[in-house]
Design a protein around this ligand. Structure first.
Ligand SMILES: [Zn+2]
Length: 344
């Protein structure tokens, strides 16, 4: 599978000269679950996982350098870079983004002294700053108590308060409508190599495949296949392991078909960016959940059940042991109900 490989790597001009300050993003800002601690472990051959609490990244070590998926954040990247330096004699040569979300894409700047940063082309528009005059989004306007069109630190509430520094791209201590609209992306460095069609990175005699899979969760979604021994697949957020998938769009025809394209790839180990380590069977189970959910909601709709009745009756009992069952099952049922109503 060496076709078109390197050809489609397109160099992009850095859109912004904004520096990626060295301040750490504390672990407490990230989603917290029962998974705790920072660790590195081997998966197969020269492919390893690295954990920060609920978050996982994967890297491959070759004689010519390291290929890393998912920087996660500045604090974690700083820790991991030091650990890699201690354990291996080669630097990180490539960092591959799974998607632009702050809790996965932050921190790549830590590796810029040795690494190129790769992301799907669609990531660039996600990171672009909206025009200067952009108004505060409707759902944040109430926070602007002095009515000056901006959110000062003292005004900020909820998520914007917690992640204030991540919204404040120009670090002037106040959030413009453009900064709030863009999101908490101050620590996400724009990719300096973008791609749209599958590419392969060949480094030190080994291969890593960078594969586009735009999803409902992120239109710049990338999955990564580390070709080494039994092979490892990394897919962020989207295909969960022993965990109910997040959100409403999990059992549309398109989404189920997309997960099946992942299952058809050659790999043994499967790493979602969250929770427990997985195997290919976990991807198969994830598909089974989505299909059973779709079937159950289809039956409920055919029986004339309302959305509320469907949420109350479709319990997906076989998946009670999966993480986030209580939180995400009703969301999944509701989203699937609406999708079926819309012919999706
Ligand atoms: Zn995400």
């Amino acid at each position: 599978m060496t076709r078109s490989a390197i050809v489609s790597i397109v160099s992009t001009i850095l859109l912004t000269a904004a520096t990626q300050g060295s301040s750490a993003q504390q672990r407490v800002l990230y989603q917290q679950t029962e998974y705790k601690g920072q660790e590195i472990g081997r998966l197969t051959g020269d492919v390893y996982y690295a954990r920060m609490d609920d978050y996982l990244s994967v890297f491959m070590v070759t004689p010519d350098g390291i290929v890393l998926a998912e920087p996660i954040g500045t604090e974690f990247a700083t820790w991991l870079k030091a650990e890699l330096g201690r354990r291996f004699t080669v630097p990180v040569k490539y960092v591959i983004y799974s998607h632009h979300h702050w809790d996965h894409g932050s921190g790549a700047a830590v590796y810029l002294d040795t690494a190129r940063v790769i992301g799907h082309e669609a990531m660039l528009k996600r990171l672009a700053m909206p025009p200067a005059g952009t108004a505060l989004p409707d759902n944040t306007r109430a926070q602007d108590t002095n009515g000056n069109g901006q959110i000062e630190q003292a005004e900020a509430q909820g998520n914007i308060k917690t992640l204030f520094a991540l919204y404040d791209a120009n670090r002037d201590g106040t959030l413009s409508g453009a900064e709030v609209t863009r999101g908490p992306l101050a620590y996400v460095h724009p990719p300096d190599l973008t791609y749209t069609d599958r590419i392969s990175i060949n480094l030190g005699g080994k291969r890593v495949e960078v594969i586009p899979r735009p999803t409902a969760h992120a239109d710049d979604n990338t999955i990564v296949r580390f070709v080494d021994g039994t092979n490892v697949l990394f897919a962020s957020d989207w295909i969960t392991v022993g965990r109910i998938p997040f959100g409403g769009d999990v059992a549309t025809k398109d989404e189920i078909a997309l997960v099946k394209t992942v299952e058809s790839l050659d790999f043994e180990h499967f790493i979602c960016s969250h929770g427990m380590l997985g195997k290919k069977a976990d991807v198969t189970a994830n598909i089974r959940y989505r299909e059973e959910l779709r079937n159950a909601v289809t039956k409920a709709v055919d029986a004339g059940q309302s959305l509320e009745q469907a949420q109350a009756s479709i319990l997906m009992d076989a998946y009670k042991g999966w993480e986030f069952y209580e939180q995400q099952r009703p969301v999944n049922v509701a989203g699937t109900y609406r999708a079926l109503m819309n012919g999706k």
